[in-house]
Design a protein around this ligand. Structure first.
Ligand SMILES: Cc1cc2nc3c(=O)[nH]c(=O)nc-3n(C[C@H](O)[C@H](O)[C@H](O)COP(=O)(O)OP(=O)(O)OC[C@H]3O[C@@H](n4cnc5c(N)ncnc54)[C@H](O)[C@@H]3O)c2cc1C
Length: 472
């Protein structure tokens, strides 16, 4: 049954076992799920459901921190808009860190479904370094929290695979490292210097051509220098997000089984056209809308985000061609990148179209062909055999790029009281501008945001991440 009594529901899943995850690919319609939710509400009025007009509260909104200690029959209600890396990380951390003695109901809204935006198409390359192998701001924290979330998602997926066949034990993560050959003479010394300042948990090794080719035989190393990140990895973003959502569902069930206060999560496949659509329904609304945050009328022109469309190409090696990608060899980072997902499956990316605001994942044959030409040309400089591989699919996403600061491009976090008309008491929050590093950032940002929401204060957020508001 879709709306299991343990407080977990996914829309459009009434024919599935409780807990099975809907993805962007397989969500068809939310009508069945919604009908079920409404029926459950009639038979069980304590159930948390998306309130319609008739159930809208007219009383002033409660402030979470003020009412947290007094337990009431109504769950605290929180809406998370967007089910990408940012949104699901916020959901996980809200569930994980909310007091056991408090009710919490989280409604997730996504117009496409889990992984429906940039997260679902990302290449999934994960490491904490800049293009010149310089450690990024707060890299250690980001790396640690991301590893925690990956482990959580993997554990949930493995447990489910053992339990049933609803999610197969297909890989979420390839821990094969990443190789970055120098592609310009001027970068050799910089890479060498930066390689001395890597993280202990994600080391950097500077090496010559022979050593690099020992790890990846067909690699070209034009300047006899490469940086190898043995602990870097690539993630299958859709599988990962589905597994993370499953972990959230499991956490809700664990709370219920332990006899603590009620936690609930629900997913609604619904477009939020303006924040007024949710008015009165929630104590807190967290916006994790990626590149489309700017498109809400309340936020138009108020977020310092630039948009950039990118295409990734999925490649296969034709049966009659030799030159398999060696099993276990590192993925490659260069002017383009390849993420190896098997000996005959690669993902290659990505393009940067700063003039496009198109967020559609669908790629026309013309766009695919242009992207393929551009990416193959770049990649063949360091991996010439890429020319033997053929395109099987192309997908695209819109990045939300934050402005460059002296610390690098930093995401945009904070409470939107000063920005959203009528907002008070930290009702609206944003996690945005994850740029091209959503995977690295999402664990840490989700944890920070959940902490701020639960304590109802922006004071726990690093100043660097909220300083964008001063410039408004
Ligand atoms: C081609 C490409 C390759 C990339 N490769 C990598 C990589 O290898 N490694 C890496 O770390 N990062 C990569 N990135 C960046 C990464 O994808 C982003 O940083 C990350 O996905 C942002 O996550 P998010 O949750 O903020 O946004 P999104 O994933 O875009 O999530 C926003 C969600 O909100 C939903 N939504 C939007 N508007 C509405 C609305 N009005 N109502 C309801 N729902 C709505 C969308 O459907 C979407 O699911 C890549 C990006 C692109 C485009």
């Amino acid at each position: 049954m879709a709306t299991a009594l343990c407080g977990v529901s996914t829309v459009c899943s009434s024919n599935r076992r409780a807990g099975e995850v809907d993805s962007a690919a397989n969500i068809r319609t939310c009508l069945e799920g919604k009908k079920q939710l409404l029926m459950d509400q009639r038979t069980n009025p304590r159930r948390c459901s998306r309130p319609g007009k008739a159930t809208k509260r007219t009383a002033p909104l409660r402030v979470l921190s003020a009412s947290y200690s007094s337990s009431t029959a109504q769950p605290r209600k929180c809406a998370v808009l967007g089910a990408g890396f940012a949104g699901l990380s916020v959901v996980w951390h809200l569930l994980k860190h909310s007091p056991k003695e408090s009710n919490l109901c989280i409604d997730i809204y996504d117009e496409i479904g889990i992984g429906g935006g940039a997260s679902g198409v990302a290449g999934g390359l994960l490491h904490p370094y800049s293009p010149k192998a310089k450690l990024l701001w707060k890299a250690a924290e980001c790396w640690r929290e991301c590893q925690n979330l990956l482990a959580t998602a993997e554990a949930a997926a493995n447990a489910r695979a053992l339990d049933s066949n609803t999610i197969s034990a297909r890989r979420l993560v390839w821990r094969r490292g990443i190789m970055k050959p120098a592609t310009a003479a001027k970068n050799v010394d910089i890479l060498k210097k930066n390689a001395q300042n890597g993280l202990g948990s994600c080391r950097l090794e500077f090496m010559n051509r022979d050593a690099a080719q020992n790890l990846l035989s067909n690699l070209c190393v034009p300047f006899d220098s490469a940086v190898y990140m043995p602990q870097a990895m690539n993630v299958h973003p859709q599988r990962y997000l589905q597994a993370l959502f499953l972990a959230c569902q499991n956490l809700v069930q664990d709370f219920t089984a332990s006899g603590y206060k009620r936690k609930e999560i629900h997913v609604y496949k619904e477009t939020i056209n303006d924040l007024g659509q949710l008015a009165g329904d929630y104590d807190v609304v967290v916006l994790c809308l990626g590149a489309k945050a700017n498109m809400l009328p309340e936020l138009q022109g108020k977020l310092p985000l630039r948009l950039c469309r990118g295409v990734v190409a999925h490649l296969a090696l034709p049966k009659d061609k030799s030159g398999e990608y060696p099993d276990g060899s590192p993925s490659i980072l260069s002017d383009a990148w390849v993420a190896a997902q098997g000996t005959r499956n690669l993902v290659m990316g990505s393009t940067w179209d700063w003039s496009s605001k198109n967020s559609s994942p669908f790629v026309s044959p013309e766009e695919a062909s242009t992207a393929m030409d551009e990416l193959t040309t770049k990649m063949s400089v360091v991996y010439p055999s890429i020319r033997n591989w053929t395109l099987t699919d192309a997908r695209a996403g819109l990045r939300a790029m934050p402005p460059l600061t002296p610390l690098g491009s930093l995401p945009v976090l904070g409470c939107l009281d000063e920005i959203v008309p009528g907002s008070t008491n930290c009702k609206y929050w944003i996690v945005g501008g994850l740029g091209s590093r959503g995977l690295l950032y999402h664990g840490w940002l989700g944890k920070l945001m959940a902490n701020a929401v639960l304590l109802c204060t922006e004071d726990v957020l690093p100043l660097e991440l909220i300083s964008w508001k001063k410039k408004q």
